[in-house]
Ligand binder design. Structure first.
Ligand SMILES: C[S@@+](CC[C@H](N)C(=O)[O-])C[C@H]1O[C@@H](n2cnc3c(N)ncnc32)[C@H](O)[C@@H]1O
Length: 280
């Protein structure tokens, strides 16, 4: 991974890169990206908004937001992911391309790319689980959120790290996950697991994450579960080819993801955190 500036935080995504890039067209990512887009749209009050997409990857959300009229600064450390992003962006109309800036950079050194600017929307989607701890990341991101703006985090929680092997009827894997959960609690550290794209990853405790955000002025506005009914097996097939079946799957995921108790079982938790104006 190459990125310049600051004490760049090294993550574990490299191990999962081939699996991630290879699965972009499959049902898990199709559902994940569509749910994130719909959920962000519910909370994006300002148009056009200034968006900072950190760890933007292949650019799915950056490009969709630019197509919706928003101005996007996308920061991505990995040259292969930046190349995939640039290739996708090249297929967009000129006005969309003009609203996206793609830069090399990483957490730990964001200021060298953003020059301390603040944004209406800051995104960190599917990145936190590859990083050693969440608190410093929240602090760095919070410093980039404008007053009244929002931070959107898509993370793996301990509930999903425990539920995933159980949903797949991997009983030994589930017992091992519970053992790791208990050990992590006893040692006051985060739970670790191997994720579905083969990377060593870390799960956040939902309450601890919300508390860390609150310490930086970010209040939980809402949250969603992502990939609930679609994720029962190790298999990640292509999405349904029948448009009506795909539309029904997306509608079901959208309802489940915003309704208790089902959202608790999502493979990702999508938190919308709002920077409140300072009280006088
Ligand atoms: C699973 S991909 C998610 C991409 C995109 N955010 C999405 O949701 O489609 C994880 C991304 O996190 C990026 N990443 C890993 N370590 C990072 C760091 N220290 N700072 C910023 N991004 C990082 C990776 O390069 C990769 O693009």
């Amino acid at each position: 991974m190459t990125a310049s500036g600051g004490n760049v935080i090294q993550g574990t995504f490299d191990e999962g890169r081939p699996g991630w890039l290879g699965g972009l067209g499959n049902v898990r990512n199709v559902v994940r990206q569509e749910m994130i887009s719909r959920q962000l749209a519910r909370h994006l009050h300002r148009r056009p908004a200034r968006v900072l997409d950190v760890g933007a990857g292949q650019g799915t959300q950056s490009i969709r937001l630019a197509a919706a009229g928003h101005e996007v600064l996308a920061v991505e450390p990995d040259p292969q992911l930046r190349a995939a992003f640039a290739a996708a962006l090249a297929n967009e109309p000129a006005d969309v391309r003009a609203r996206v800036s793609l830069r090399a950079g990483a957490l730990g050194g964001l200021a060298s790319v953003t020059h301390g600017d603040r944004f209406d929307v800051v995104l960190l989607l599917g990145v936190m689980m590859y990083l050693p701890s969440s608190e410093p990341v929240i602090a760095e991101l919070a410093a980039h959120v404008a007053t009244g703006g929002m931070l959107a985090l898509a993370v793996r929680t301990t509930s999903s790290a425990l539920w995933r092997p159980a949903a797949r009827q991997d009983w030994l894997g589930t017992l091992a996950a519970f053992e790791e959960y208990d050990a992590a609690n006893a040692q006051r550290r985060d739970m670790r697991y191997l994720n579905e794209i083969g990377a060593a990853a870390r799960a956040d405790r939902f309450d601890a994450l919300v508390a860390a955000a609150a310490a930086h002025g970010l209040a939980l506005e809402d949250w969603y579960g992502i990939r609930i009914a679609v994720d029962p097996e190790e298999l990640d097939p292509p999405p349904p080819s029948d448009p009506a079946t795909l539309a029904a799957l997306l509608a079901v995921e959208e309802r489940l993801g915003s309704t208790d108790p089902y959202r608790q079982l999502g493979q990702l938790a999508h938190l919308i955190l709002r920077q409140a104006p300072p009280s006088i």
